[in-house]
Design a protein around this ligand. Structure first.
Ligand code: TPP
Ligand code: MG
Length: 597
């Protein structure tokens, strides 16, 4: 392992900093020195970081080589945005910050969308970018890839740091790790100017400067009063409901959360990425009666779920309010790590602030053995709705139309996921997303990885690669054809690393659907449609993976079964009725329409 170098003397950073390294060398000469490259690698390894997602170039090419040589797994991507998404979801899956490494200005900017998305979704990630020479950047003298990256990153992340001296690398990495995972996790930017890497300091002093972060995400215990207040409200509810968000899934408090749900007997709704925290087939899941339970509930406990647009801000018609902004009358308990989350959209009657694991434990401790189950009228009413909706869905799923539609294709995916509950399910698109979410049941926590808070397109291949690498398991990616296009080139990365990823494109020839025409009759296609019947599977074949085009559910089933059996990179191009989708999938209401036709 190459950690300590007997270096040539690199000129340390000259003008913007006192020449501390050479000053010390003069007073205490040393033959053994360590440079910035190795200090950074050692600082990451010291903190258990074993994987870097990135894209090499000036000034970080050598860093990727040396990192690989030191035993860190380096996954090289074709575009930084995908490396960034990979890092962010690795952070979500492991509770360790995912590292994305990029070059300066353009590489940094390409990674920035993923950093902002990580912050929005509370995924712990660190974007590490090389940057150009400070004094030239600050005087705007036109350096190679000049950009004031720190200033640009700041508003888009939870915290941003820059390291100028090799002896500060340990501190810089420690601060970035703590900031990423403590409290509400998020995206961190770490700026490393090119001149930092060859700076050399005394090896012993360098070793001493590294910090192994102790307890990076300390437990935050809720107050007893806040827990008692919440339970009092829940206990007296006539129609209680629990909503589990991806914060609850992130917490890895799976057994306690399940015990809380089962002990209280309260029906629950999983948000998209909380599907599988309890198996979707759990009898207390009210997912199949969502539009009934939201307006009818009287006390709602949110666990790691925010009242953002995905929950209609806790008000309006979804919640039984008379008008779009009107309150539905529910009382809310909000269990969240952030004290400022409460009252963000509606009044929170009982905030419980702490980490989800500690909060749920505290509730279990106070609940004791004699918890009264919710009124049977409420449970029966939900049960009846569920039965009706499930029967209706079963009827739709059993149809076998030609051409295949979303339902007949996803009926197959549903079976495959049921037979492979440990597989990760990555999902993006509009109809391809919404139908998959409602049709495909999940059975285990943190297996469903999707577009998250922003409904962002482009996470598909980055998430798939990270799930295969850090989750070390089979991945199934269900992709809209438009969604796939955002990260499609990474199928080369999937093939290069030989990852067990089965991509299924639900190909309906366009965004939402493929049957629109240019109203002018001119030669350009309509803005939302693509080349008809495109052969996406050939892209996978180009890099040595398996490509299959399928037009029936039976062919789809066989292709997916083969992919999972072989573990080979596979792309299944599933041809879907181009008229089957709806505008914007399930969120049609957010689409502005012209007042006058
Ligand atoms: C980064 C980004 N750009 C654009 C969008 C807008 N958008 C939402 S869904 C979607 C694509 C939907 O088409 P497809 O993936 O083919 O799914 P389908 O509805 O056809 O199944 C787009 C472009 C977005 N959400 N994110
Ligand atoms: Mg489509």
């Amino acid at each position: 392992m190459e950690t300590v170098t007997a270096t040539r003397k690199e000129t340390p950073h000259a003008s913007s900093a006192p020449d501390t390294a050479s000053a010390r060398e003069a007073s205490a000469p040393s033959t053994q020195e360590i440079d910035g490259f190795h200090l950074l690698i050692d600082a990451l390894k010291e903190n258990g970081i074993d994987t870097i997602f990135g894209l090499p170039g000036i000034p970080i090419s050598d860093l990727t080589r040396k990192a690989q040589a030191s035993g860190i797994r380096v996954i090289s991507f074709r575009h930084e945005q995908n490396a960034g998404y990979a890092a962010s979801i690795a952070g979500y899956l492991t509770q360790k910050p995912g590292i994305c490494l990029t070059v300066s200005a353009p590489g940094f900017l390409n990674g920035l969308t993923a950093l902002a998305n990580a912050t929005t979704n509370c995924f712990p990630m660190i974007l590490v970018s090389g940057s150009s020479e400070r004094e030239i950047v600050d005087l705007q003298q036109g350096d190679y890839e000049e950009m004031d990256q720190l200033a640009i990153a700041k508003p888009l992340c939870k915290a941003a740091f820059r390291v100028l001296h090799a002896e500060d690398i340990g501190i810089g990495v420690a601060r970035a790790i703590r900031a990423a995972v403590s409290g509400r996790p998020g995206g961190i930017y770490l700026d490393l100017p090119a001149k930092l890497f060859p700076q050399a300091i005394d090896a012993e002093a360098g070793k001493h400067s590294l910090i192994k972060v102790v307890d990076p995400a300390p437990r935050q215990i809720p107050s007893n009063e806040s827990v008692a207040r919440a339970l009092e409200l829940l206990k007296n509810a006539a129609r209680p409901l629990i909503i589990l968000g991806k914060g609850a899934a992130y917490a890895q408090a799976d057994a306690d959360i399940r015990t809380l749900i089962e002990k209280t007997g309260i029906p629950y709704l999983p948000m998209s990425m909380a599907k599988g925290l309890l198996p979707d087939t759990h009898e207390q899941s009210a997912a199949a009666a969502r539009s009934f339970v939201l307006p009818e509930s009287d006390v709602v406990m949110l666990i790691g779920a925010r009242l953002n647009w995905l929950l209609s801000h806790g008000k309006g018609k979804t919640w039984g309010g008379a008008s779009p902004k009107a309150w539905g009358g529910q009382k809310f308990i909000q269990v969240d790590i952030s004290p400022t989350e409460a009252d963000s959209n509606v009044r929170i009657d009982a905030p419980v602030v702490g980490d989800i694991g500690s909060c749920v434990k505290a509730m279990l401790a106070q609940i004791g053995a004699n918890w009264r189950q919710p009124p049977s009228e409420w449970l029966d009413a939900i049960g009846e709705r569920k039965r009706k909706n499930v029967a209706k869905m079963a009827e739709t799923l059993s149809k076998n139309p030609t051409p295949m539609n979303f339902h007949s294709a996803l009926n197959v995916v549903r079976d495959i996921v049921k037979a492979n509950p440990d597989a990760y399910l990555v999902n993006e698109g509009a109809n391809a997303l919404d139908f998959t979410r409602s049709i495909v049941d999940m059975y285990k926590p943190r297996k469903r990885l999707d577009v998250g808070t922003w409904g962002i397109m482009g996470i598909g291949m980055g998430f798939s690669i990270a799930a295969a690498v850090v989750g070390k398991g089979q991945v199934i990616a269900i992709e809209g054809d438009s969604a796939f296009g955002f990260s499609g080139m990474e199928v080369e990365t999937i093939c290069r690393y030989g990852l067990p990823v089965c991509v299924v494109i639900l190909n309906n020839n366009g965004v939402y659907r493929g049957d629109e025409v240019n109203p002018t009759g001119g030669p350009d296609p309509a803005p939302l449609v693509f080349v008809k019947d495109a052969r996406y599977e050939k892209l996978m074949e180009a890099f040595g993976g398996v490509g299959v085009q399928v037009t029936t559910p039976d062919e789809l089933r066989k292709a997916m079964e083969d992919a999972i059996r072989s573990g080979k990179p596979t792309l299944v191009n599933a041809m879907i009725d181009e008229g089957a989708g709806t505008e914007s999938g399930r969120i049609t209401g957010l689409n502005p329409t012209a007042k006058k036709k």
